[in-house]
Design a protein around this ligand. Structure first.
Ligand SMILES: [Zn+2]
Length: 134
């Protein structure tokens, strides 16, 4: 499994200092969540360095046709991480990664109608072993 994850992560432009943290989080995901993300050819994961005069573009995979009544299920999913955050402690970095992957898995929705997407992302991240730091 770690090799499969490494191979998958190598297809994204990710800073070398973030990649090991992403690998740890992806390895800890429940199988169905990992398969959901790794099996989505339009899923993208990248990072950027915020700063004055810098801009960034998110390369989003080709959106697939939305099936009627399918909600956001066909929309492309992109996770963008702040490169600079790798300087924070590992618990924080991994929580951010897990939180963002949870948003992607939930397609920026809650777990159920009326659920707050932010609370849902934190709840999933905590369930996967990456609680929001103190
Ligand atoms: Zn969020």
């Amino acid at each position: 499994m770690p090799e499969r994850i490494e191979r998958w992560l190598s297809t994204f432009e990710l800073h070398a200092s973030l990649r090991p943290h992403v690998a740890v989080v992806v390895a800890a995901l429940p199988g169905e969540v990992r398969d959901d993300l790794m099996g989505d050819p339009s899923f993208t994961l990248t990072d950027f360095e915020p700063g004055p005069g810098r801009s960034f573009r998110v390369n989003v995979g080709m959106p697939r046709l939305l099936k009627q009544g399918g909600g956001g299920a066909g929309a492309s999913r992109a996770v963008v991480l702040k490169r600079r955050m790798w300087r924070s402690d590992a618990g924080f970095v991994r929580w951010v990664i897990a939180h963002e992957l949870a948003h992607a898995h939930l397609r920026n929705e809650g777990r159920f109608p009326g659920d707050d997407p932010e609370a849902a992302a934190d709840a999933l991240a905590a369930m996967w072993g990456f609680p929001r730091p103190g």
